[in-house]
Write a protein that binds this ligand. Structure first.
Ligand code: GLC
Ligand code: CA
Length: 531
């Protein structure tokens, strides 16, 4: 089977906010088709589409009502097939979002299941009797309230780890596993190249609704691999929170027959007190690099790390880790080149290639995200914060910071739509694709050069990773094949620092975010040097 994932450069599209072609304010598949030349020029070879299935939209599409169709706001199945076809002509594969921990409560399976206790679909979901008139356990759901929702008609509770409109599927039921494997084959047979697998380590649960990371999870994934993913050579990237490298290896090792790779998000927890997204604290930049290096080392023998710094669940990396006020270009390019010099599957989130900072949200009603509204409620309930302090925390941590439309061009609506965008769009001078395309010193053109090098330079493909230095904001690592090496030198700080002695003075500079080479490192300077 062809193994292309080592060279995979995946671009995540949040379809709702990518490009709208019919003026309804919602991005659509036709919009993605129109942007294929842009994506090819950027240098990506796979697109991961966040869910564009039929959905009531309680969690913006991560609540799926039909696994085998396209939501009407995004287009039709024929549009999707056209996208597959046209992307392929440009050497771009398509990955879908596989959301199989839960469905929408409006999915046919759940509509049936809740009709009666003996409905044939009842056991597709997880039901429990009340205990002393209460919910079976007191665990809290990700978007607020209990994980158990009482169903009046049948007198039992159903489990939902996320919103109550996202009932969890019962993976113990072999029929569920069969349905999901069939559905996966349906898309793979159509030509889809693989999946990003939503909260995939949540599938197995115990009696009380606690998530189990053990044998059952591995056997469920192995079954999907045997019956669907493996035979198609599909690429799968698991969304997995809170894993150790050893656990990641257990899910992805070559001989396991489970997933290709898993995301690790440990560095994305930095800058938040105890990882709480509403609680800012200064980012420990040395630790940021140490965490990435730990994962490079931990997965080096038998897996591919996934290189990621933002997605639709995160505020923009530039605002979190860089300096959008003083060094937007330097810090955005440094964050990119420091990460994508590493070994692994590169995943770029839409707008990251433009170095977009967070948009500014002034009022609660500018937000759209269920998690953000819940955060507001919970912060309010503590009684500890003023209204403005709560809004500041939402601005800091909201998922909507990464979900506003792409500013393609200058002008009020940024070339995203001719209508009213579903969420505010922010168009700042210098941050549109149109302007950056023409500017040699833009984040966009830097990303184009960087991704081209990732593909052409053997050391950057499967070269061995080694961290040589990580101190006071300066880090150096190498990627080595035989006697060739690429040195990635990053200055993750403003101010200046000495050029580390280990960097070969007469090496060839492959990539840099300053025009000339100096004896010292300047604010957020990054260099790829070949020796
Ligand atoms: C994942 C998705 C997120 C969604 C959640 C529930 O974490 O990335 O957007 O809300 O799963 O499906
Ligand atoms: Ca549209």
């Amino acid at each position: 089977m062809e193994r292309w994932h080592q060279q995979a450069i995946v671009y995540q599209i949040y379809p709702k906010s990518y490009c709208d072609t019919n003026g309804d304010g919602i991005g659509d598949l036709r919009g993605i088709i129109n942007k294929l030349p842009y994506l090819q020029e950027l240098g990506v070879n796979a697109l991961w589409l966040s869910p564009c299935y039929p959905s009531p939209g309680d969690d913006n599409g991560y609540d799926i009502a039909d696994y085998r169709d396209i939501g009407p706001e995004y287009g039709t199945l024929d549009d999707f097939k056209e996208l597959l076809e046209k992307a392929k002509e440009r050497g771009i594969r398509i990955l879908l979002d596989l959301v199989v921990n839960h469905t929408s409560d409006e999915h046919k399976w759940f509509r049936e299941a809740r009709k009666s206790r003996d409905n044939p679909y009842r056991d597709y979901y997880i039901w429990r009797d009340p205990v002393d008139g209460h919910a079976p356990s007191d665990l809290k759901a990700a978007f607020g309230g209990s994980i158990w929702e009482f169903d009046e008609t049948t007198g039992q509770y159903y489990l939902h780890l996320f919103s109550k409109k996202q009932p969890d599927l019962n993976w113990e039921n072999p029929k569920v596993r069969r349905e999901i494997a069939d559905m996966i084959n349906y898309w793979l047979d159509m030509g889809v190249a693989g999946f990003r697998c939503d909260v995939i380590n949540n599938l197995a649960k115990d009696e009380d609704g606690n998530i189990l990371f053990g044998d059952r999870l591995h056997s469920y994934l192995h079954q999907l691999h045997e019956e669907a993913l493996g035979p198609h050579g599909a690429l799968t990237i698991g969304e997995t929170w809170g894993l150790t490298p050893a656990q990641a290896l257990a899910l992805t090792g070559e001989a396991r027959g489970e997933l290709t790779s898993t995301f690790q998000f440990e560095h994305l927890l930095l800058g938040r007190i105890d990882g709480d997204k509403w609680m800012p604290e200064p980012v420990d930049r040395t630790r940021y690099v140490d965490i990435l290096a730990k994962w490079e080392d931990g997965l080096k023998d038998d897996s591919y790390p996934v290189l990621v710094m933002e997605n639709h669940d995160q505020p923009r990396a530039l605002s979190r880790f860089g300096d959008p006020e003083n060094y937007p270009y330097e810090s955005a390019t440094m964050l990119g080149a420091m990460l994508y010099g590493m070994r692994g599957i590169a995943v770029i989130y839409q707008g990251q290639e433009l170095g977009l900072p967070n948009p500014t949200f002034r009022t609660l009603d500018e937000y759209r995200d269920i998690e953000t509204f819940n955060g507001y409620k919970e912060l309010k309930e503590t009684g500890l914060y003023t209204e403005q302090e709560i809004l500041d925390r939402l601005q800091f941590g909201s998922r909507d910071c990464g979900r506003t439309p792409i500013p393609w061009a200058t002008g009020e609506k940024g070339g995203f739509t001719t209508g009213t965008p579903w969420i505010k769009i922010q168009v700042d001078p210098g941050f549109t694709a149109e302007e950056q395309d023409k500017d040699e010193r833009s984040v966009l053109n830097f990303y184009r050069r960087m991704l081209a090098l990732r593909k052409s330079e053997p050391c950057l493909q499967d070269g061995e990773f080694k961290l040589l230095l990580n101190e006071g904001g300066t880090s150096v690592y190498t990627r080595t094949v035989g006697d060739e090496a690429v040195y990635v030198v990053s200055h993750f700080a403003d101010g200046e620092a000495a050029m580390p002695a280990c960097v070969p003075a007469n090496g060839e500079v492959l990539l840099a975010n300053y025009a000339d080479r100096a004896d010292s490192l300047r604010p957020y300077e990054v260099l790829w040097v070949k020796a």
